[in-house]
Design a protein around this ligand. Structure first.
Ligand SMILES: [Zn+2]
Length: 457
């Protein structure tokens, strides 16, 4: 039995088998090393789509109405010189040829009717009389305006609705009504003022939120608040409330693309949440023809690829038992050398620290987003209203400590106070949108024209 020839040949194959195993193991190791270096330095290999990815916000977007031709500026030669500045008001009569235009001298002041608080204005072209509060929250409101803007400031600082109602001795329903009106107004003002921004970086993230009204019994109504921030000017660019899915990511990136100047593609940074890559590809992509590999057969279809100037890095956090034990970076689009060049100009590294700090600010300023609170918003619309108030308050009213600029000369203050050495700046001032810190009443009184014009903000 033991004299069978196979038992003499078999030991000869053993060293050969060992060589095979060694070769296979070194191959696996090489693949692993290549993968780990690729994660840091080179973009991931993508199979780009042959159809442009769909964005729900792009499909819903309406084409802007054409802007009518600007009528000539009116010269006033008769009467005493006008002393009231009406350059930030426009004629609200849509059948007037001067409708919507600012600074054409067609609006004159007509005093305060019945000795009231608000001024009456008149368009000299169509003769229409209107109040300076037309189209604002104060129009036909019987509550003193101070109560309204102070209540809204309290809401924007993070006081909940019932607390605000108790402080200002009004009904909670009134506060709710002012918030609804103010949020619509703030959205219009924000859309009017934030546009054509030249940004170098944008950080995006999502916050977990809870809605008070449950859709199903015994099941919490959880939502996600998606936010975008410019870490350089601290401008709160956009927010979206929804589920944690690709269509919501598309809506956020669509909103960011709306405020950017034409041709401006900033560096995007986010956590390792996959839908951002697809959403960025949708809004910052182009059709690229694929060269033929062979002269036979059907030519390859063009592919929707990211623009060469689009750079997107993900911050990958490694966690053990919920604690972060390591941070690495993953380049998704663009080149690492360009990313480092962009970041070297602002002196920050690849991170999502700024947006995470912003999340804390949002939780502080939106009562419905606090952790372990009972002041939750009943509906998603209620949460969105509080967020739009928070967005404009953060951008235009709140000076940011890291944006202060040294004054050329220290300014003396009243009494024994030390001289003022720093100029306070809001994110909107740092982004070059405005030149001063806005007050809540100023925002509420701002009548945004139907189309963008050079307005003194
Ligand atoms: Zn008119």
């Amino acid at each position: 039995m033991s004299s069978h020839p196979i038992f003499y040949i078999l030991p000869l194959f053993v060293p050969l088998l060992q060589v095979y195993i060694c070769l296979a193991m070194s191959l696996v190791e090489m693949r692993f090393l290549a993968a780990s270096t690729r994660q840091g330095d080179k973009p991931c290999a993508h199979q780009f789509p042959t159809q442009k990815p769909e964005c729900p916000a792009c499909q819903e977007a309406e084409s802007p109405e054409p802007i009518p031709e600007m009528p000539p500026v009116i010269e006033h030669h008769l009467g005493r010189p006008r002393s009231v500045d009406t350059s930030n008001h426009y004629c609200p009569n849509s059948s007037c040829s001067y409708y919507g235009w600012l600074g054409l001298n067609n609006i004159i002041s007509n005093g305060h009717p019945n000795g009231g608080r608000w001024r009456q204005l008149q368009c000299v072209v169509c003769g229409k009389y209107f109040m300076e509060t037309t189209g604002t929250i104060f129009y036909s409101s019987r509550t003193p305006p101070e109560i309204i803007w102070m209540a809204l400031s309290a809401l924007a600082e993070g006081l909940d609705m019932r607390g605000t109602a108790r402080v200002f001795e009004v009904k909670p329903d009134d506060v709710q009504h002012w918030l609804e009106q103010a949020s619509k107004h703030m959205e219009t003002v924000s859309r009017y003022l934030l546009h054509d921004l030249h940004l170098t970086q944008v950080q995006v993230d999502e916050l977990w939120a809870l809605i008070g009204k449950r859709q199903e019994k015994h099941k919490r109504n959880a939502k996600w608040v998606w936010v975008a921030l410019d870490p350089v000017s601290k401008l709160f660019l956009a927010f979206v409330v929804g589920d944690r899915s690709l269509p919501t990511a598309q809506r956020l990136i669509h909103a960011v693309a709306q405020v950017l100047a034409l041709g401006c593609v900033p560096l995007f940074m986010s956590d390792q949440w996959a839908p951002y890559a697809a959403a960025l590809l949708t809004h910052f992509g182009y059709w690229c023809k694929t060269p033929r590999r062979s002269k036979y057969g059907r030519p390859p279809s063009p592919r929707w690829k990211p623009l060469p100037i689009l750079h997107y890095v993900q911050v990958v956090k490694r966690r053990i038992n919920g604690r972060v034990v390591g941070v690495s970076h993953k380049l998704v689009y663009g080149s690492m050398a360009m990313v480092e060049h962009i970041l070297s100009q602002s002196g920050v590294g690849i991170n999502t620290a700024f947006i995470e700090r912003m999340n804390l600010s949002i939780r502080q300023h939106v009562a419905a987003l606090g952790r372990k609170v009972i002041s939750l918003a009943k509906t998603m619309l209620g949460l969105e209203a509080q967020l739009s108030l928070c967005q404009i308050y953060h951008n235009f009213c709140l000076p940011h400590s890291s944006l202060c600029l040294p004054l050329p000369e220290p300014q003396s203050t009243k009494g024994n106070g030390s001289p003022k050495k720093w100029q306070k700046r809001t994110p909107a001032m740092a982004a070059g949108v405005t030149d001063h810190i806005w007050r809540m009443e100023e925002l509420l009184m701002f009548r945004a024209p139907p189309w963008r014009q050079a307005v003194n903000v």
